[in-house]
Design a protein. Structure first.
Length: 217
């Protein structure tokens, strides 16, 4: 072990960081810290390494951000390319068009892929679109409900789940709101179908662009 200690101290004197040393000698940071402790020369070297890392940090962070941006650009490019190829095949099929029109009217355009509606048939139709054209599995789907306090929560949840063919494992905690009007309320609240799938969200938005362009020619 003494030979390793002499080697890592020599590496430290060369100005190498813990990470650099560990690439050469497999040893824990705790052991390195213990061996370097109390050696004045190494304390000065440590300060120099910290100052060097601080100066490099903005460049390093920028490089990381640029790399992440390129990665996401390629990710969305592939999604849009795939969507374009599939659109040619699906564009004349009624369910495909219906699913996209539902999302155009009722879906979120930012953040999660989410469609909200008080009509269970609309959400059933959108689910069928997801299953048939998007490769979505039932286990991927999340349902959350916007309900009023005078509704029987369990009964209403079961009503939505049964009609949509979903199970309790698909259900997020329902949100209960007071509502602005005392009597004018939706009898079953509002259902929300949500998926955490940014790739699919990009494809759907591309399909919608292609479809609207196609219809407006």
């Amino acid at each position: 072990m003494r030979k390793d200690k002499d080697k890592v101290i020599a590496l430290r004197r060369e100005g190498k960081s813990y990470r650099d040393i560990q690439k050469i000698v497999p040893i824990s940071r705790a052991t390195l810290s213990l061996w370097f402790r109390g050696i004045p020369e190494l304390e000065e070297i440590k300060k120099g390494i910290i100052e060097r890392e601080i100066k490099r940090r903005p460049e390093h962070l920028k490089a990381m951000r640029d790399g992440a941006a390129r990665k996401w650009q390629e990710y969305y490019r592939r999604a849009e390319e795939e969507a374009s190829n599939e659109f040619v095949v699906f564009k004349d099929e009624p369910l495909f068009v219906a699913g996209l029109m539902i999302y155009l009217g009722e879906g979120t355009k930012i953040a999660h892929l989410n469609v909200a509606n008080s009509d269970e048939k609309v959400l059933r139709l959108f689910l069928k679109f997801l299953y048939d054209y998007c490769g979505t599995r039932q286990s991927d789907v999340r349902l959350w409900l916007l309900l009023y306090p005078d509704l029987d929560i369990i009964k209403t949840e079961n009503h939505w789940l049964e009609l949509l063919g979903l199970g309790r494992n698909n259900l997020h905690k329902s949100q209960v709101i007071q509502g602005r009007h005392k009597t004018r309320r939706l009898s079953k609240g509002v259902g929300n179908i949500r998926l955490s799938n940014t790739y699919l969200k990009a494809k759907i938005m591309k399909w919608i662009d292609l479809l609207t362009d196609d219809l407006l020619v």
